[in-house]
Design a binder for this molecule. Structure first.
Ligand SMILES: *Cc1c(COP(=O)(O)O)cnc(C)c1O
Length: 389
């Protein structure tokens, strides 16, 4: 049934629309792999590694099976294991902390700053103990974390910095691409990311030949030669069809990110005088808007109004990691990381994807304004809440 609503409905991301814009190239790339029939770690994987390393401005890249595996292997390559601690943000997707647990180490959370969604370097420093080995900052929503301060803290305490850049392909921090600033950068190519495969995939980037070598061996059963295994490794390889898709899409990444930035400017203009907090840019970085996230104590009623207009929204993320059942054993209580908890209660992701039209942005912004205008008393309440902060 194709009702009126189905035609006007606006998804959070539209991967079908993207495929239509690149269909001939993608179909040709996949066909190339089918003919070569080298389906795992084939030639396209080696080419992607070279091209993505060069895109990020680093010496080397190692393609793996997911962003989560990228993080896990990066930690293992830094010799992180049982008894060690790794400091990260509680306001992220669970994979960031899950990868730490998989190595046998313990995630130690440090709160985000009150005016960004990224980890606070001062909170990192306060969380460091003699067991701390590494810091994993996340460039959440495509906005670079405060890398200069984070790297300063890391140098002072002799810690590794592993960037979780799963949401920030191409974002710049002071003229460097994210992923190239710390010791190791980890990317996810999950289909909905700014650069997405047609299945699971990920990559590690680094300037360290030693780290790259170790990850290359770990991802493929601990071997260099076919049946000669130096270490116990994993099956964490990228498949060749994903690499061929990603090479085709990497060529478009900058223009897609620019389109995200342009659409975000339009959102910003249309929502200028509305009683919500918009994403904040500063002049040290160029964010790539993996998500366009507004913030309001009224996010549930905004969400309901948008749903009634057939507009999808998301909440990234409703429960900070320290309050997840999976991390109950760490013993954190409500109130432990107040900035993350407040953000979790107020954030709302609006539809944003490179193929989105101005008219769709206008529809969404209009619905947000209607949601707030239809609740004059609550709107007054918001102003009070915001003032009370
Ligand atoms: C998507 C994501 C990951 C995990 O990537 P997968 O490819 O899904 O394993 C890790 N960290 C963050 C911040 C992410 O958004």
């Amino acid at each position: 049934m194709l009702g009126k609503g189905a035609i006007l409905s606006i998804p959070l991301v539209d991967l079908k629309a993207q495929y239509h814009t690149i269909k001939p190239e993608i179909d040709e790339a996949i066909q190339r792999v089918l003919v070569q029939a080298n389906f795992v770690l084939g030639q396209e994987v080696a080419l992607l590694e070279r091209e993505f390393a060069s895109y990020c401005g680093v010496n080397d890249a190692v393609a793996v099976s997911s962003g989560t595996e990228a993080l896990r292997l990066a930690l293992l390559a830094c010799d992180v294991g049982p008894g060690d601690e790794v400091v990260t943000t509680p306001f992220t997707f669970i994979a960031t902390a899950e990868a730490i647990v998989h190595t046998g180490a313990t995630p130690v959370f440090a709160d985000i700053t009150p005016d960004s969604y990224n980890i606070d370097p001062k909170a990192i420093e306060a969380a460091i103990t003699p067991r701390t080995r590494a810091i994993i900052p996340v460039h959440l929503y495509g906005f670079p974390a405060d890398m200069e301060e984070i790297c300063r803290v890391a140098r002072k305490h002799h810690l590794k910095v592993i960037e979780d850049a799963a949401q920030a392909h191409g974002a710049r921090y002071k003229d460097k691409r994210v992923g190239s600033i710390g010791d190791i950068g980890c990317f996810s190519f999950y289909p909905g990311k700014n650069l997405g495969a047609y299945g699971d995939a990920g990559i590690v980037v680094t300037n360290s030949a030693d780290v790259a070598d170790r990850i290359r061996i770990l991802r493929d059963h601990g071997r260099r030669e076919k049946y000669e295994h130096e270490h116990i490794g994993y099956n964490s390889r990228m498949d060749t069809i994903q690499a061929a898709v990603l090479r085709t899409k990497l060529a478009k990444l900058d223009s897609w990110n620019e389109k995200r930035r342009t659409l975000s400017r339009t959102y910003r203009k249309l929502l200028r005088n509305v009683d919500i907090q918009l994403p904040q840019e500063d002049d040290t970085s160029v964010p790539v808007y993996h998500l366009f996230v507004l913030r309001s104590p009224l996010r549930q009623s905004i969400r309901r109004t948008l749903a009634a207009a057939d507009i999808s929204t998301g909440i990234h993320y409703p429960i900070p990691l320290h309050l997840q059942g999976a991390f109950r054993h760490l013993g954190h209580q409500v109130g432990a990381f107040p900035n993350s908890e407040r953000a979790a209660n107020e954030v709302l992701s609006l539809p944003l994807f490179p193929e989105m039209t101005d008219s769709q942005v206008y529809q969404v912004a209009t619905a947000v304004k209607e949601a707030l205008a239809s609740q004059p008393t609550l709107s007054l309440h918001t102003r009070r809440l915001l003032k009370a902060r």
